[in-house]
Design a binder for this molecule. Structure first.
Ligand code: CIR
Length: 271
């Protein structure tokens, strides 16, 4: 049963899922060296490029502008741009990834954010935080502590976003799950798609929660982007459930990104 809806959320605007722009980065041939929790084989670059093209075209279909950045051979995980920054209406915050091989991706993203934002801040450390652990909803910013995001990183981000008038709430990513958003996505200002294992942690109290179907937990990393919900292909019961709930779902093959623990949200910055 979905949770009761908090009606106060209806008073918020839709900046959490209405976007004018996105930033993506083309996968590089070095993607075969990308980080992964478990080795299930090397991702196939040709397939990944085709999937990426479908993803970018789908973002553009909504009327948004997509800034497409070139591949970075020196950063195998560079395609997962979400982890490098948080983009809010007031400004952007450059992250500080825990994964040492990914730290340099932030400097590669910085010039693009400076072109589109007047106010660009940076997490200076010593803490760490990755964009995949941050869910911006209609009323707050949820940040999941994880193996990649620590208390110091969360607190440094809190200081910045509070200045911009946002309320940040620290929550916890289930152990063994890479990022908070590996297990959840925002569907609209008050509705969250989440795995049962994440929902039972209680972090979504007051929201309406739709659960991924049993055995389809990997469908949780979707994105609501304007009128569409982009979700990984291959999870028919979850896709049907979203369809029945009135969401316009586009399924995108994610087999290659999944080998590197990546999904729909990781592939773009949206603002
Ligand atoms: C990593 O382990 O950092 C990459 N292979 C996957 C990053 C996925 N990003 C995300 O969930 N936001």
């Amino acid at each position: 049963m979905p949770n009761p809806v908090d009606r106060t959320l209806r008073m918020t605007n839709n900046s959490s899922f209405e976007f004018f722009r996105a930033i993506t980065r083309c996968p590089a041939a070095s993607i075969v060296d990308g980080l992964r929790a478990k080795d299930t084989g090397a991702p196939d670059l040709k397939q990944m490029l085709a999937d990426h093209a479908h993803y970018v075209t789908t973002l553009k279909r909504t009327g948004a502008e997509v800034i497409e950045l070139p591949p970075l051979e020196e950063y195998p995980d560079g395609v997962f741009v979400e982890d490098t920054a948080l983009c809010l209406p007031q400004g952007a915050v450059l992250m500080r990834p825990s994964a040492a091989s990914r730290l340099g991706e932030v400097d590669e993203m910085a010039p693009t954010l400076h072109q589109v934002y007047d106010d660009v801040r940076r997490i200076e450390g010593p803490g760490h935080i990755e964009g995949g652990d941050i869910l911006v909803t209609g009323r707050e910013i949820l940040v999941g502590r994880s193996a990649r995001t620590d208390a110091e990183g969360v607190s440094e981000l809190d200081a910045i976003v509070s200045e911009w008038g946002h309320s940040l709430r620290e929550v916890f990513t289930p152990s063994g799950v890479l990022h908070f958003k590996t297990d959840c996505s925002l569907l609209d200002g008050e509705t969250i798609l989440a795995t049962k294992r994440l929902e039972t942690s209680g972090c979504f109290e007051g929201y309406r929660v739709l659960n991924t179907a049993d055995g389809e937990e990997a469908a949780a990393n979707a994105i609501r982007f304007n009128q569409l919900v982009l979700m990984p292909a291959g999870f028919p019961r979850t896709a049907d459930m979203l369809d029945r709930n009135g969401f316009a779902v586009v399924e995108i093959n994610n087999t290659e990104c999944a080998k590197l623990d990546g999904g729909m949200s990781c592939l773009s910055l949206r603002f």
